[in-house]
Ligand binder design. Structure first.
Ligand code: AVI
Length: 318
């Protein structure tokens, strides 16, 4: 039977998909749990805090680029497109785009309905004349977009380098799925984080204040809270490492001592030095990013970066 979990005064049931992913992930070797499970309420708050950290350059760098390129994007994209944002979350970068492209409608897509409704309200208040059509869905799957925007050409918006959290194969599949969902004549504005020195990359994922460590460790805490776990948090530490072969930052939870625990009444043992792999964040050089876009069925039209070449924004057409 599912165990009720009490969070913020509300009774909620543990997500069966979370349970299945955690149990399978602890069973397999090497152990790995998908990064999507970071984002419960606490995890989402911690991620927001990460985006403000001095070491975490992607968010402020991408905002700086979007702020600067508005006029060029407007000229290349033209007015009247329906802007479709994939995984809109708190939609913090959206106003920068909506202000410049004169959209006919804005469709934020997010799997979290609560988040979606809150951010849609805020956007509607800031853009009172804009048709805002929140769409609660998993953007990893093909989508039937609202009929109201059937005739408008679409501009997909996928900022934040979220594409980097997928393997290149999954990323190419997602780009194809987006192309199918957006239809003929669509364009896509997408952020991708660049390959750079590990001296910059590793601290961005292992900050001095320990916020990213708390974000990673929250996954263990979530297992204890929602899956009736007995994971000793002090037996683990946060590790971020650059995997040069795969051009990605990996986050792991490493056991600092041997430990036995249960999750959902199932026993597990972990030895000192073993890890649970929790996230990949792939980085793309300029050519890699263009090849990825093409593999996903898109033709790159323009690209912009910051003066230090840390991050890049690409415009592509279907
Ligand atoms: C959401 N995603 C793009 C972030 C990243 O940089 O890969 C998630 C993150 N993980 C640790 N810090 C930030």
């Amino acid at each position: 039977m599912l165990k009720p979990d009490i969070e913020d005064g509300q009774r909620s049931l543990a997500d069966p998909a979370f349970r299945a992913d955690v149990l399978a992930g602890l069973e397999r070797r090497p152990r790995a749990i998908p990064a999507r499970w970071f984002y419960d309420r606490r995890g989402s708050e911690l991620f927001e805090a990460i985006t403000d950290l001095p070491e975490y350059y992607p968010t402020r760098t991408e905002i700086g680029i979007l702020d600067r390129i508005g006029g060029e994007v407007r000229d290349l994209v033209g007015p009247g497109r329906a802007v479709v944002e994939f995984g809109s979350g708190s939609s913090t970068k959206t106003p920068l785009l909506l202000r410049c492209v004169e959209p006919s409608a804005y469709v934020p897509i997010d799997i979290s309905g609560d988040f979606l409704r809150d951010s849609s309200k805020t956007l509607s208040a800031a853009f009172p004349d804009l048709l805002v059509l929140p769409f609660e869905a998993d953007f990893m799957r093909p989508l039937a977009l609202p009929r109201t925007i059937a005739d408008a050409p679409k501009l997909g918006f996928f900022p934040g380098s979220t594409i980097g959290n997928m393997t290149p194969l999954m990323a190419a599949d997602l780009l194809r799925t987006m192309r199918g969902s957006l239809g003929e004549g669509a364009m896509l504005l997408i952020g991708m984080d660049r390959i750079k020195s590990a001296d910059i990359l590793v601290p961005a994922y292992d900050d001095a204040a320990g916020v990213t460590a708390a974000f990673n460790m929250n996954l263990l805490d979530r297992m204890n809270r929602e899956l009736d776990g007995t994971v000793p948090l002090d037996a683990f530490r946060h590790v971020a490492r650059w995997n040069d072969d795969r051009a990605r930052i990996e986050m792991h939870l490493e056991a600092v001592r041997d430990a036995d625990f249960t999750v959902d009444n199932r026993p597990f043992s972990i030895s000192a030095g073993e890890t649970i792999h929790t996230e990949n964040s792939h980085k793309y050089g300029p050519r890699d990013a263009r090849i990825l876009l093409r593999a996903g069925g898109w033709t790159p039209v323009a690209e912009w970066t910051d003066p230090d070449g840390l991050f890049a924004v690409y415009l592509a057409e279907a």
